[in-house]
Write a protein that binds this ligand. Structure first.
Ligand code: SF4
Length: 240
């Protein structure tokens, strides 16, 4: 994995904020955290939805996209693989049912890549989905979450990822972001809030500060080892 020190993306910034050693493990030592059943299911469902929205069709096409994009790493047994595979099918069936029941949104982008520059940083990423808001105007950013954990509006108000995406749409495509949302696929629920542009200076400040610490390779703190995905692999783990 090539890591340009002046390139920032949400995953890299989050890794550093979670723990500088996690950032080092992934982006400097070029390791991948091990896949888990949950991460593989998330990858499979994300890929299936991207392919489905690119190609269109009905439930059969959606399930075909799922089968073709099934990510089979990180499972402990064939039984566990099957359980998660079936759970993914149920999630996508619910997604399709909700899509048919609701008013059809006009999707502007799916898996949209972006890149913008500020100061000496280049910020890149990929947005799950952007819908046009009609008749209100503007657009809504939607990030797919599996929804294994409860998510609240208060958490969304503080979310860094969607704030970066909103900035990117504004800077790169001159789009008017009005709403940011998490679509919790497991429950078929959406958590939405109006987008608050007054946070933009604070978001850029987080990117700048984190970028500077990454450049300086500031390893002066550790994250929470007990819940870290690499706690058994990390050389300085306190929870092996
Ligand atoms: S195990 Fe602890 S020190 Fe190592 S990367 Fe994870 S949080 Fe950081």
């Amino acid at each position: 994995m090539h890591s340009d020190p002046f390139e920032l993306n949400y995953s890299k910034v989050k890794a550093y904020l979670d723990c500088p050693y996690l950032y080092k493990y992934i982006y400097l030592d070029r390791n991948y955290p091990p896949h888990t059943p949950f991460s593989s299911l998330g990858i499979s469902v994300h890929r299936a939805l991207d392919r489905y929205h690119s190609g269109g069709g009905g439930l059969d096409e959606l399930m075909l996209c799922y089968d073709e994009n099934w990510h089979h790493h990180g499972f402990e047994s064939p039984q566990q693989t099957l359980e998660f595979y079936r759970q993914g099918r149920r999630i996508l069936e619910n997604y399709r049912r909700a899509e048919q029941a609701g008013s059809r949104a006009e999707i502007i982008f799916t898996e949209k890549e972006f890149e913008f520059e500020f100061e000496r940083w280049r910020v890149r990423g990929t947005i799950d989905r952007v819908d046009r808001l009609s008749p209100a105007g503007g657009c809504e950013i939607i990030d797919y979450k599996m929804g294994f954990e409860t998510k609240t509006r208060e958490e969304l108000e503080k979310d860094l990822q969607l704030s970066i995406y909103a900035l990117a749409l504004k800077k790169t495509f001159n789009m008017d972001v009005r709403i940011i949302s998490w679509l919790l696929l497991l429950k078929g629920e959406k958590v939405s809030i109006p987008y608050d542009p007054s946070r933009e200076a604070a978001i850029l400040s987080v990117l700048r500060d984190t970028g500077e610490k990454i450049l300086a390779l500031d390893l002066s703190r550790k994250g929470k080892c007990s819940s870290c995905p690499i706690r058994k692999l990390c050389a300085v783990s306190e929870a092996k």
